[in-house]
Ligand binder design. Sequence first.
Ligand code: F6R
Length: 623
Amino acid sequence: MCGIVGYAGEKNNAWEVLLKGLKRLEYRGYDSCGIAIESSKGELFLDRVKGRVEALSEKISNKKYKNISAGIAHTRWATHGVPNEENAHPHTDCDGSIVIVHNGIIENYIEIKNELKDHNFKSDTDTEVIVHLIEDNIKKLNKGGKSNRLEMLHPIFFQAFLNTLNKLKGSFAIAVIWNKVPGVILAARRFSPLVIGKGEGENFLSSDVAGFLEYTNNVYFMDDDEIAFIDKNNIVFFDFNGKKKNKDIKKIDWDIKMAEKGGYKHFMLKEIHEQEMGFENTIARRVLPVGEYILNKEINLTIEEIKNFSSIQFIACGTAYHAAYVGKYLFEKLGIKSDIDLASEFPQRAKIIDKKALVIAISQSGETADTLEAIRSAKKNGNKIFAITNTVGSTISRESDYVIYTHCGPEIAVASTKAFTAQLAALYVLALHFSYIKGNLLITKAREFAEELLEIPKLIKKTLECEEYVKEIVDKFEDRNDYLFIARGINYPIALEGALKLKEISYLHAEGYAAGEMKHGPIAIISDGMPVVAIATTQTELDLIKGNIEETKARGGKVIAIADEDSKKFIRPDFYIKIPKVSEYFAPVLTVIPLQLFAYYTALKRGRDIDKPRNLAKSVTVR
Ligand code: F6R
């Protein structure tokens, strides 16, 4: 995964600009990091550490960089080579004059390494071959390094970079500097995200806009197989044949405060509390208060097209997959046949999907490699793709035929919370719109649905009042290492999500199960004092889960129920977290909240690194 940042300009504190950028990209990986600063005289300063950006910051705090012209930096999530200083980026060529940072995987690095036998490799990474290949190409073009004239070196650097790119297989977002042409950064992208920020007398690059949002919100989103030439005054784009390209600049409306903690101990807790805002912003202007509803003109999906698609095929990963799973129940309840696949499993069956099915891909980051691959395989099959994402300009948004954005602001904590409920918000809007147009929902029912949808943000706030009680429950289970989450129907994906959240940030063993499956196996693991979280909101769910609750208690398990106020008379759990009463469709938005808090406080109690759990990264751009 990894995060990269770059700066071309003369700020004396350019290294701070880069470190701040890295800090904001740490969600992408955080096992090691490094920085390279270049002066206008061609001096290069390079520092790397095993560990987090804080450690790098400490290491370079006493250094005085002067006459700065450019810099690049990297935060790593190891794929090739263990996390240590040697494998941390930036990497350099043999004599340390060309410096590179890279996010992605070079698939043919062994072949290239074998061809560069006379080069001195210092790491186990795939990345290092790129910088040696550039060195090699420069030597060939510069006939052994004879020319020292800047006007000659610019095109040589560019051509050597171009020749290198055309030899690479795999995925990359790369930034390179060469001390013979100070102030110039060459960058390129294939499959890994890269954005360029345009400033005044300075320019930036980053894996995502959060890396430079403090300085500019004027952004170019790079496409696959594009190169950017960047110096303090210019940003010029080329394709991989070296032909110039024009690109449109976009203004991003996120502000930097949204990417800060705002008084909360962790981003995750802040984001849990931002769910009312995220949900509200996502439905705003898409569902009118009068009970009329419109999907504005933001998607050019015509009424005819909606009528014509035969069914929905959902694809997503992780938490987004759980949102999609709620979507499947929701659309089917509204009369639209739906299917769902994990994005990583989808490509192998893409060919048998009905070509008239609309594929809905859900992704917070908009960059998840598995989801992207699933989209590409569905497109190959002839399906239209509808994306739901939180990231304007992301690869998934650009490769899809239609897109609607969730508007919950940047999600920084690795564990996804507010993006999940915002994804549900987007699904409610779509389900309402599609089922009305398809004639499955009559106008009065559609109005009722819309009216209730508009009430949900308030109910999210009310549900968050359970926080103190959730903390008390967590205390009761401080010595437990295994947890079970069960539910039925539209709440079943919430049981999966509750277990995933707990696993991710507390590192405890947790399983989510359809309650009906309990007696087919999982009941065997219930032992004295084992916590079982049971979620039920409809009468049918309550009637059925009652049995699971009693069976659990009979075997010594402790039941934590998540249900609405009216259900007390039907079930007898050990702990009872109440959520406001809503119709079945909307229950998942509320039932997930106590589970997010449960995971958060369990992880807090065990002293885990909540925002950056071990082994994970937020944006999974490798397959
Ligand atoms: C879980 C989590 C991951 C992501 C998954 C998909 O808390 O964050 O499971 O949901 O990696 O990521 P996106 O939504 O960016 O495609």
